[in-house]
Ligand binder design. Structure first.
Ligand code: SAH
Length: 291
């Protein structure tokens, strides 16, 4: 056991496919975790406070190696949260506080109230799926949805919907819209379905288990992709095919130091990088496919 630190980094590792939780816990201990908990479809690992971006990268590289060695069949998604030491045994609920996105959205668990009046409250039941709003990568795209407002198109695609949060935000902000949302993780789709119902947007969003490859041929004027760069890059061509001419792709889940790599890869396609927004060590890119 390491010397107690004042703060901890809590890594939530969302298992996908047939990931063996023991193997993932082992990877966390190798990376310096002081403790691990296995839950259904989730491994939670506690690390002494350190540089979150470096830890994220280290864990990703380790998991990527397990994937290359065919020891896991998919690379799980990692989210990191800083936790005060005194809170860490007082229960899961303590980690979920309402998150505000200007005065447009408040993302909250069912047991919390919005601290101020906002245009739309998004209620997310925290379960295994990624997307409770407290991660910078989700927040960045929520802020774009808030900003786009009435300019949001009537059709959109949410690739890697997790808890369904972005699809819900789009549906609430543009009530007549229809969104297609997919995730390769069936547990995420189950959680998303529950959240759609809580937020009463189930008629606007169609969910399916699958990846970009299963999204058909008919192009979308807006695509959300809060995925990591190692998932986005090999599929860039498919993203471009699925965007309508002049349509937007909002990429998130990209580390600031990956900006150049993303820019270079985008350079191979007929598109324009319109905007980059930043929060913590993360960036989100708004890309417009040429008309
Ligand atoms: N959209 C949510 C969740 C993002 S986490 C948010 O913004 O908070 C990324 C999600 O993508 C995870 O639920 C993961 O299971 C899923 N995922 C990973 N690779 C994928 C792929 N190739 N196709 C579709 N979903 C994928």
């Amino acid at each position: 056991m390491q010397k107690p630190a004042k703060k901890w980094l809590m890594a939530s590792i969302h298992l996908v496919g047939k990931n063996d939780p023991d193997l993932i816990s082992h990877a966390c201990f190798e990376a310096g975790a002081a403790g691990c908990e296995e839950r259904e479809a989730l491994v939670i690992a506690w690390f002494p406070e350190q540089n979150a971006a470096a830890l994220q990268q280290h864990l990703n590289e380790y998991l990527q190696r397990l994937y290359s060695a065919a020891l896991i069949d998919a690379v799980p998604h990692i989210s990191l949260t800083v936790v005060e030491e005194q809170d860490w045994h007082s229960g899961w609920r303590r980690f979920f506080k309402p998150i505000l996105v200007s005065d447009v959205f408040c993302v909250r668990p069912p047991w919390e109230k919005s601290p101020k009046q906002v245009a739309h409250e998004i209620v997310i039941e925290p379960k295994q799926a990624f997307g409770t709003g407290n991660h910078a990568t989700t927040w960045l795209l929520l802020s774009r949805i808030a900003e786009l407002g009435d300019d949001l198109p009537l059709r959109a695609l949410d690739v890697g919907t997790g808890s369904g949060i972005l699809a819900i935000a789009h549906a609430l902000r543009r009530p007549e819209s229809r969104i297609t949302a997919c995730d390769i993780d069936p547990v995420a789709i189950e959680n998303a379905r529950e959240n759609l119902e809580i937020n009463r947007v189930e008629k606007q969003v169609s969910l399916f288990v699958g990846s970009l490859q299963a999204c058909g041929e008919s192009p979308f004027p807006l695509i959300y992709a809060n995925l990591q760069s190692h998932i986005i890059l090999p599929d860039l061509e498919k993203f471009m095919q699925l965007a309508s001419n002049g349509g937007l792709i909002l990429f998130s889940g990209i580390l600031a130091e990956e900006e150049d790599k993303m820019r270079r890869a985008l350079g191979d396609f007929p598109c324009e990088l319109c905007e980059i927004i930043r929060r913590d060590e993360w960036i989100a890119m708004t890309v417009r496919k040429n008309a």
